[in-house]
Design a protein around this ligand. Structure first.
Ligand code: T1G
Length: 701
């Protein structure tokens, strides 16, 4: 018996119990009742028991613990069919079952969980429950009848919307759509048993597979195909979902059901699904830090202080206000304070205009924001985040003051994007309370939060930082102290390579186009113009000074020295009009040409393939060095950082996963071909035929 087959035999995963003539099947597979090996066997055994016992008049299926079934077990994807949990077979068995079956839903019924429920005759739910088909977020599609049953219940348009967004809906909406038959107040099991009892003699039994699809016009599917060109650019599974939904509207159920199986496997075996599944788990792994457990003490953050009401400080403040945490925000000048508060209010009013929050929300959040010019007003804050100019002397001065103001046990955080948090901590008497919280601009939008663990940061402060990230709905990733931590350190190398290619002869548009083609919304130069060319320019000057090197005088430095700072001056590498779209500037093209001839460089053509490899592999190579130095715990952490902080497409899985997909031997060969020296770890993995994913696993990370 293979390990997987051994996994199959878990009768305890589905417990049978009786309430009179109702048989209850309770699924117990914590934490989310995923459809793991053993669950289908248990459900099938329960249905066989119900069929064999005339005293049983109906069956209720319910999840034990906190939820119904959260879907197929993603960990089993990629296994040979005979070893994969038989979700389709279970749903088919339900569809043909002779006695009424009722799915009792709490928590979530997602993916295969909702498909299991749709195979039942009836569905009841508590009002807090959510149901959905999120498969597209994993690069796959509903593979156990969802593409055929959902349109038959909610109509083509709504089914497409649910399957292409992958977003769940609440039980109340599901009831309105006919997805749920009854909302149960009070005890779900009691409600489900009563519902089953009252429908025990209902005949003919309602079967979704026998219904037709409403609103399945060719125009609906054509519009969906048009929509995914933008919303899911370059992805496979959305088009397969539309194809299958259209079959549901136009073909007999069995035909669509049969077709769905093959298309599911096609999607599951795609690099895109491997990338999205990798990120699903990597995002969760990133929250696990050796030595930090649920027992590690943490501080509950009930109030926050923020120093600096500029773009970053204001954005950071909004994260806390959105989570219901009051903020005291400090500036040195009243006009800066007023400006900062004005921006925060305007952001909230814009969100309210879009209907995402109410005007009452705006006032409530603004009422929790206390402006002040006196840093002493931060004395009671549980956490204080410094978000001022990127200058070490300024930061040291602030932390010295904070040391005398902040209450005992307060966390002192810097939002620095590159500077040495150990050096900042060294001016305080409480280095164990100092941490870096690197937010990404715009801080109220970008989900990534680099949590910088300094040498003396205590476990408790680190654990509090991770818990805070969750509370303010950020994806927190722990990084070590070095210049640029993880994301910016890699992006500096990426920017160097981009500038070098332009020196050699590439034009800026083609370099950006290569990354757009890979799926990034912005290429390196579009991103630099958006972030502000002066920031990169200042960092390069700072780094050169630190290294005792001459002042950088590259073609991009020359552009900045002409006062062209990027989008914020409507002119940078590109020109920007009202539409903020980048347009070539002939003068800049000439400046670059003049630069090349001044340096004696004969420009050469650089194709998209070379540009893509040099840019992505410069990230990968720096990432490998970051792993060797222990600045990041996992390759998966680096991928999470790049997807949530820099727009790397999730369906590529992040730069390290992308390199695994290309084959590390090929990555090393290409790096060498383009004049880069592979990092020792990368060279070692390539020599051994290894992968970054395998390195993570081997480290037990
Ligand atoms: N399979 C395997 N493990 C899963 C899992 C799943 N479907 N869902 C969650 N986990 C693990 C997760 O890795 C973590 O593990 C723990 O459970 C808690 O998760 C055929 C093919 C349900 C909303 O996409 O959205 O069905 O880190 O931290 O914040 O058509 O989990 O503790 O070791 O996220 O309370 C479709 C994915 C699958 C749902 C709960 N279903 N899960 O959120 O907990 S494809 C999904 C979620 C499918 C069929 C197709 C969330 C949640 P660890 P968590 P949470």
């Amino acid at each position: 018996m293979t390990n997987a087959q051994a996994e199959m035999v878990h009768p305890e995963m589905v417990q049978q119990s009786r309430d009179g003539e109702i048989l209850i099947l309770t699924i117990n597979n914590p934490p989310v009742n995923a459809f793991s090996p053993g669950v289908p066997e248990g459900l099938k055994a329960g249905l066989d028991a119900a069929a064999a016992d005339d005293a049983v008049k109906a069956v209720v299926i319910i999840g034990g613990g906190r939820t119904f079934v959260a879907g197929a077990d993603i960990k089993t994807f990629g296994r040979p069919r005979e070893e994969a949990p038989d979700l389709r077979g279970t749903v088919a068995k339900l569809d043909g079952f002779s006695k009424p079956t009722v799915a009792a839903i709490h928590g979530t019924a997602l993916g295969g969980g909702l498909e299991l429920a749709l195979g039942c005759n009836y569905r009841v739910a508590v009002k807090e429950a959510q149901v959905g088909l999120p498969e597209v977020k994993l690069g796959v599609l509903p593979g156990a009848g969802g593409t055929q049953r959902l349109p038959r219940v909610v109509g083509a348009q709504k089914a497409l919307e649910m399957m292409l967004s992958g977003n769940p809906i609440k039980a109340g909406e599901a009831q309105k759509l006919g997805l749920v038959d009854e909302i149960v107040d009070g005890d779900l099991l009691a409600g489900a048993v009563a519902f089953a009892r009252s429908h025990a003699d209902a005949r003919p039994l309602p079967r979704i597979s026998e219904k037709g699809v409403e609103g399945g016009s060719p125009e609906v599917f054509a519009a969906a195909r048009e929509g995914i060109k933008k919303s899911h650019r370059g992805q496979l599974s959305p088009s397969l979902i539309i194809e299958l939904a259209e079959m549901a509207a136009n073909k007999p159920f069995q035909e669509g059901w049969d077709a769905e199986s093959g298309k599911f496997v096609e999607a599951m075996n795609s690099p895109q699904s491997r990338g999205l599944r990798h990120i699903f788990f990597a995002e969760r792994e990133a929250g696990k830090i050796p030595g930090i457990t649920k027992a590690t003490p943490t501080t509950e953050i009930k109030s926050a202080g923020i120093i600096g009401a500029g773009t970053m400080g204001g954005g950071i403040a909004m994260n806390f206000l959105n989570a219901g945490i009051p903020v005291t925000i400090v500036e040195t000048q009243q006009d800066a304070l007023d400006r900062g508060l004005g921006v925060i209010r305007k952001n909230y009013e814009n969100t309210a205009k879009k209907g995402r929050i109410s005007t009452e929300d705006v006032e409530k959040r603004m009422s929790m924001l206390t402006p002040t010019l006196d840093m002493g007003d931060l004395k009671d804050a549980d956490i204080i985040i410094e978000a001022v100019f990127e200058n070490m002397d300024v930061k040291k001065e602030i932390f010295t003051k904070l040391d005398g103001i902040a209450k005992s046990g307060a966390i002192l955080a810097s939002n620095t994007s590159t500077l040495d948090v150990n050096e900042i901590a060294s001016v305080t008497k409480r280095p164990e309370s100092v941490i870096g919280l690197h937010f990404f601009s715009p801080a109220n939008v970008m989900k990534l939060l680099e949590i910088v663990r300094a040498d003396k940061t205590s476990d408790s402060v680190l654990a509090t930082g991770m818990a805070l990230a969750k509370k303010i709905k950020k994806v927190g990733v722990v990084v070590g102290v070095c210049d640029g931590f993880v994301g910016n350190r890699m992006v500096h190398r990426y920017g160097d390579e981009a500038r070098k290619m332009v020196e050699e002869g590439a034009n800026v548009q083609d370099v950006d186009a290569a990354m757009n083609a890979l799926g990034l919304p912005m290429g390196p130069f579009q991103m630099s113009d958006m972030a502000g060319l002066d920031i990169g320019h200042a960092i390069r000057q700072h780094q050169a000074k630190e290294r005792g090197e001459p002042k950088p005088d590259g073609w991009l430095d020359r552009i900045v020295e002409r006062g062209r700072k990027g989008q914020k001056t409507a002119a940078g590498i590109y020109d920007y009009g009202e539409d903020r779209k980048p347009r070539e500037n002939a003068e800049m093209t000439q400046l670059i040409a003049d630069y090349r001839s001044e340096k004696g460089i004969t420009p050469r053509e650089i194709g998209q393939d070379e540009a893509t490899k040099r840019l992505t592999y410069s990230l990968v190579n720096e990432g490998a060095k970051i792993l060797e130095e222990g600045i990041a715990q996992r390759a998966g952490d680096i991928d999470v950082i790049y997807i949530y902080g820099y727009g790397f497409p999730a369906y590529r899985g992040g730069p390290m996963q992308y390199a695994d997909e290309q084959g590390l031997k090929n990555v090393v060969a290409d790096l060498k071909q383009y004049g880069q020296t592979p990092a020792p770890l990368l060279q070692k993995l390539a020599d051994e035929g290894g992968t970054f994913g395998g390195w993570d696993k081997a480290k037990g990370k």
